[in-house]
Design a protein around this ligand. Structure first.
Ligand SMILES: Nc1ncnc2c1ncn2[C@@H]1O[C@H](COP(=O)(O)OP(=O)(O)OP(=O)(O)O)[C@@H](O)[C@H]1O
Ligand SMILES: [Mg+2]
Length: 451
């Protein structure tokens, strides 16, 4: 078995040697005598456990150097267990270190047998946590066919997708721009028995009105200038598979009639053709427009709407998925630091705060784009709100009424607690030091969705 990594940071050479000698049978040991060498090893080896002497050169009598190392570990490697090695006279510093997040402390002079026990326990805890992280990751159901979502609303979406995938019913996918409508359509196709046949998307809003009919239904040779040959439309290209009509709200009324006929009779007619051609294609449609409104304005046919709306999947706006925002942000950060090959360690806590607080009008697409840009632009180890170009903290309005200020603060703290606890309201309430019913009441008062 590979031995776990232990880093010993101490400026006392004798002590380092003695510890190394005593522990080398159990652990893979690294030694550092000052802050620089310690940080270099931490970055390179990411040890499971670190013993840290707070007093390091150039100021062995102070504790700043040691605390800097501790901060570095807590910031970037917070799974690592840090054991502070300290003199009895410096107990206060040790306690402060534990308060900050160090795992434990141990008094000098070192009793090796005792230290061994403490170390064994630290490694054990590290390992348990590691296993738990892996298990959680495996079981999490955080991702579903390329989609990330732990929020209850997205879990509902996933369960609907699973149910409709096995049918041939048309599905209407609605949601603001950038909420993932196309991803949902692709997921439905991938989970259906049509998966080995084509998935053909067409954006009804992007094709000029005079071309879209032949794009969709195809045309016969010589029907119009330029129609040199017979051509199949997207319906026929999607034979056996799925046709995804994006921006269906932009489909001209005349074509709405043709689409309705297809949905009723499963046949189409090419432009300039007389023949009814049978096609076996499933239709999925998406829109970010309010089709009921369009129906009232007579720009969308009611009969078509009801045909398409047999199953409806409404994607929540990103601001309604508190549990997902940070998870999505981290996923995109990993993706783009990998692609762009930058050594970025994560988000600063202010960046996380601004991500949670921002309203994301462009939804997941905006989040993805902002993070990609931040990774390209960032010059530091952590992404900051400035990199994301999101206004940090409340700022701006300075003459808030006290009551408004309190509500903003309360809402902010609650949203963050909920996000931090992945939508677990019981845990969020306990974080906030209030009971669960009180949290519910507050959420209702502040207009935070409770589901
Ligand atoms: N739940 C999610 N998990 C991971 N990535 C997502 C998720 N939802 C959306 N995305 C990503 O966000 C971007 C936008 O998604 P998509 O194109 O499906 O949105 P849309 O609703 O069709 O947007 P529009 O209305 O502007 O066409 C894509 O890059 C997609 O991969
Ligand atoms: Mg789209």
């Amino acid at each position: 078995m590979r031995k776990s990594k232990l880093l010993i940071i101490d400026d006392d050479e004798d002590l380092r040697t003695q510890m190394k000698w005593a522990l080398t049978a159990d652990y893979n040991i690294y030694l550092a005598e000052d802050r620089q060498s310690a940080i270099a090893i931490i970055n390179k080896e990411q040890p499971a456990v670190v013993t840290l002497d707070l007093g390091l050169p150039p100021n062995p009598a102070g504790v700043e150097e040691g605390f800097t190392v501790l901060d570095h570990i807590l910031d970037g490697y917070n799974n690592t267990k840090v054991i502070i090695i300290t003199g009895r006279a410096e107990k206060e510093h040790a306690l402060r270190a534990v308060e900050k997040g160090a795992y434990d402390f141990f008094y000098k002079p070192i009793e090796l047998d005792e230290l061994k026990v403490v170390l064994r326990r630290a490694f054990h805890v590290f390992q348990l946590e590691q296993e738990q992280r892996e298990l959680r990751h495996r079981l999490s159901g955080d991702t579903f066919e390329d989609m990330i979502g732990t929020s209850p609303k997205m879990q509902d979406v996933f369960s609907t997708i699973r149910k409709v995938a096995t049918t041939d019913a048309p599905v209407l996918i609605t949601g603001e721009s950038g909420t993932g409508k196309e991803l949902v359509a692709r997921a439905i196709h991938k989970l259906s028995i049509r998966r080995s046949k084509p998935f053909i998307p067409i954006n009804c809003g992007a094709i000029p009105e005079n071309l879209i009919e032949s794009e969709l239904f195809g045309h016969e040779k010589g029907t119009f200038t330029g129609a040199h040959a017979q051509r199949k439309g997207r319906f026929e290209m999607a034979e056996g598979g799925t046709l995804f009509l994006d921006e269906i709200g932009d489909l001209p009324l005349t074509l709405q009639v043709k689409l309705l006929r297809f949905l009723q009779e499963k046949t189409i007619e090419r432009v300039g053709g007389r023949e009814q051609i049978e096609v076996d294609t499933r239709v999925l449609a998406a829109t970010n427009r309010d089709l009921e409104e369009a129906m009232k304005n007579a720009t969308f046919r009611g009969d078509l709407y009801y045909r398409l709306n047999v199953v409806k999947i409404s994607l929540p706006a990103l601001r309604e998925r508190n549990a997902d925002v940070v998870l999505l942000a981290k996923t995109f950060l990993d993706r783009y630091t990998g692609e762009i090959r930058k050594k970025i360690k994560g988000f600063s806590s202010q960046a996380i705060e601004s991500i949670v607080r921002y309203s994301w009008p462009g939804n997941v697409r905006e989040l993805e784009n902002r993070i990609k840009r931040a990774v390209i632009m960032s010059e530091g180890k952590k992404i900051t709100p400035e990199d994301l170009e999101i206004e940090s903290t409340a700022g701006g309005k300075e003459c808030l009424v006290l009551k408004d200020a309190r509500e903003i603060l309360e809402k902010d703290l609650i949203l963050k607690a909920i996000a931090r606890n992945e939508n677990n309201l019981t845990k969020a309430a306990s974080d906030l030091g209030i009971s669960r019913p009180t949290l519910y009441d507050l959420m209702e008062k502040l207009g935070i969705p409770t589901k």
